[in-house]
Write a protein that binds this ligand. Sequence first.
Ligand code: CA
Length: 232
Amino acid sequence: MNSFQILVVEDDKPVRNLITTTLKANNYRYITSINGESAIMETASHNPDIILLDLGLPDVDGVEVIKRIRSWSNIPIIVISARNEDSDKIDALDAGADDYLTKPFSVDELLARLRVTQRRLALMQNSNIQESCYENGQLRIDYAKRCVYLAQEELRLTPIEYKLLCLLAKNTGKVLTHKYILTNVWGNSLDSNVGSLRVFMATLRKKLEKNSNSLQYIQTHIGIGYRMMRVE
Ligand code: CA
């Protein structure tokens, strides 16, 4: 039995039924809301483990729901949005969502997103934020020495590559938008810097993925941002 409880916020009945049927078949516990106000109330009263949140709700805008929940809670939020609305997803991620699903999505995609979030939760609960080392597959970051190793071999990273890697590592499992990364690494979020971010990310990735039997550490979300994946 999966002990995770999911709050499903979706006003579209067929989509809501698809989600709850999937959750039930996979032994998740769940509660449902059909609008934003009740989603905020259910979150406060049931304290679910994960929220699946449709962005297009009849009362409160989904992004507003995220902002309100984030004012008191860090519960992981996976947003569900309609296709071709990248700006919605970006606004949702910037407001504090962790991940997104695009409609129409498959049952497998839904379950995969839930697993990523569950791993992230487990990690957050087990690890001390002050930890001096980060480990993920063959990758190891020694924060005190500012050294990065891949399969015991030290990687030579530029200061910006190192900052990028630390930011992604700290947020393993979470999609970070270009704006978030630029603000945290460069100190501003000018659109004109997205190009340099892309270049630094490409070189960082080459260094990370050259000797690792094509293990993929960094996932690209085209037009949106990047995510560090937990590698088994
Ligand atoms: Ca909707």
